[in-house]
Design a binder for this molecule. Structure first.
Ligand code: SAM
Ligand code: SF4
Length: 545
């Protein structure tokens, strides 16, 4: 599947202290700075095709679009990555073939992210690249345009439209169908047709089930179709999911968000919270285990707000425990947890089930109660620290990571200092830090005392330095320890491998073995850096291919 490598790199290097091997939304990304990982790709694909075939055997739909091709590129968070896996599954089940680039595709889909301005801009410059020749009529469509619109957004004024009526609609030059999916689609709606008339499909995540039907309508001659309804209690379940990672399978257990953080677009773009029935989740985990997946990651914008809609009414901590008991599953992860719904029962489940990974991503956003209040985060610094205390009180060490926003409107130097002291107090294993980005429709857009970009940058740099030092010290303490690692990367350099520990640290290690991908091995740490560990293999636990 096409990936937005630029965005990935930005996430890992530009916007904060890279969390150990993760995206800013809590899930694991291939560490792009690690040359070995890309090389491992060929092996990954072979193994994963096997598993997808097995899953496909579980029964998939009709093949009514035999011969059509699609290209799908994903921007943003783990939820988007997994939505794309499901969208791809949906189209594959209907006979479409997935191709590697837009040139060869009949249907080009961008699954977009609008959490920060930069991510949304990226999508529009991508669309600009697809502009058909006869659309190049002197009306500029480029990143500058996008900049201008967003500046307008930032000031809270009404968006100026882009001369839509004069544009000739060609339904995506060369007979291609170009579609915008996800958060930008939901946020901008039909405005996308005005800014990029060669787009013919706009569909938000709450309407993905309708996608094949929408594409069929375009193929039947309709010029423009939309799926923008968020008023739904449906979750996006598919019979087949085209999974990108051969060992770690993602499962959305709750979609949307009912919280109302004052800076965040998610409640507008993903609609209200909808949880999936516990029996259906368990059934899928069993199928995944049978297909050879040993690690599952339960996903949700606020995964721990899970509310089982079935009569069973399973709590999130109970769900974790039953998933952890599924035969063949060796690791269970979950992300992202909201502090308000994070309780002792979750910590107890982690303590009781070694299969549940010893890692909790608990975004704090700020160390200042005043800023947290302005953000409408529903907890104070002290209440957040109580949740951290629950994790520190148990015997099993739990790795804690977080998200932080710097430069929220009205954030004083003293507020920022409190965020720095929170880092010292909690001792996170990794932090994703972002400069506050004003987003359309959000309450914080109209808040007074905006912090200048330069000052946001200064605060971000200070925070990153402070956290880097914390990580350096914490990682150095692991030298001499032995960790179980799921091997998921092979370097070009001889005998060099990499993988993830249960706590989600990246561990690069040496081993003379010929084939280790997908295995669980024991690795002893010999040296440490702020963002990864270096070790040597001391034992092999098992094969999971
Ligand atoms: N649901 C999760 C939670 O409550 O913490 C967060 C999901 S959000 C997709 C991922 C992260 O993006 C947030 O934790 C926050 O740090 C960051 N984020 C969201 N809106 C932002 C904004 N307007 N500006 C900067 N960062 C933002
Ligand atoms: Fe956004 Fe807040 Fe919902 Fe997280 S909890 S997705 S930050 S509104």
């Amino acid at each position: 599947m096409g990936k937005s490598f630029d965005i990935g790199l930005e996430r890992l290097t530009g916007t904060g202290v890279p969390r150990i091997g993760e995206t800013q939304d809590g899930g694991v990304k291939p560490p792009l700075h690690n040359a070995g990982r890309q090389e491992a790709g060929a092996t990954l694909v072979a193994s994963f095709e096997e598993k997808n075939r097995t899953l496909k055997g579980a029964g998939c739909g009709t093949h009514d679009s035999e011969g059509s091709t699609f290209y799908l590129e994903t921007f943003g968070c783990q939820m988007n990555d997994h939505d794309s896996e499901k969208v791809a599954g949906l189209l594959l089940a209907r006979g479409y073939r997935q191709v590697d680039g837009p040139e060869a595709a009949k249907v080009i889909l961008y699954n977009t992210c609008s959490i920060r301005e930069k991510a949304a801009q990226k999508v529009f410059s991508r669309l600009g690249e697809l502009r058909p020749a006869d659309e190049q009529d002197g009306k500029s469509f480029n990143t500058e345009d996008t900049e201008r619109e967003h500046r307008v957004h930032r000031d809270g004024r009404v968006l100026e439209k882009n001369h839509p009526s004069q544009r000739k609609i060609v339904n995506a030059g060369g007979g291609k169908i170009i579609g915008v999916l996800g958060c930008v689609a939901q946020q901008e709606g039909e405005g996308i047709f005005e800014r990029a008339p060669w787009v013919s499909l706009v569909c938000g995540s709450a309407s993905y089930r309708k996608l094949p039907q929408l594409i069929a309508e375009l193929e039947a001659g309709n010029r423009r179709v939309t799926g923008l309804d968020t008023d739904t209690d449906e979750t996006f379940e598919t019979e087949i999911t085209r999974r990108d990672n051969p060992w770690r399978a993602y499962l959305t257990i709750i979609e949307g968000c009912d919280k109302a953080c004052s800076y965040c677009v998610v409640p507008f773009t993903r609609g209200p919270e909808r949880s999936r029935a516990s029996a259906s989740i368990l059934e899928e985990v069993r199928r995944l285990a049978e297909a050879g997946y040993s690690e599952v990651q339960l996903l949700g914008q606020t995964v721990n707000s899970y509310a089982d809609p079935s009569a069973r009414k399973m709590r999130f901590s109970e769900l974790l425990a039953v998933v952890a008991e599924v035969r063949g599953i060796r690791r269970v992860r979950f992300t992202t947890s909201h502090p308000r719904d994070f309780g002792k029962d979750i910590v107890e489940a982690i303590e009781a089930h070694p299969t549940i990974c010893d890692h909790v991503h608990l975004p704090v956003q700020s160390g200042s109660t005043a800023v947290l209040r302005a953000m409408a985060r529903t907890y104070s610094r002290e209440e957040y620290l109580e949740k951290i205390g629950l994790m520190k009180a148990v015997r099993r060490p739990i790795s804690i990571t977080t998200d932080i926003i710097v430069g929220f409107p009205g954030e004083t130097e003293k507020d920022f200092e409190e965020t720095l002291t929170l880092l010292d107090e909690v001792q996170y294993d990794s932090v994703f830090a972002f400069k506050y980005s004003p987003r359309p429709n959000t309450p914080s857009l109209k808040m007074a005392d905006a912090i200048p970009e330069e000052e946001k940058g200064r605060r971000l740099a200070i925070l990153m330095d402070r956290q880097r030092e914390i990580q350096r010290v914490r990682n150095e303490r692991t030298v001499g320890e032995t960790f179980e690692v799921l091997v998921d990367g092979k370097s070009r350099r001889e005998n060099q491998w990499s993988g993830h520990t249960s706590s989600n640290r990246v561990l690069n290690f040496t081993s003379p073995e010929q084939e280790l991908l997908g295995d669980y091995v024991q690795v002893k740490v010999v040296s440490a850096m702020p963002n990864s560990l270096v070790g040597e293999m001391v034992g092999r636990i098992g094969v999971n291919r």
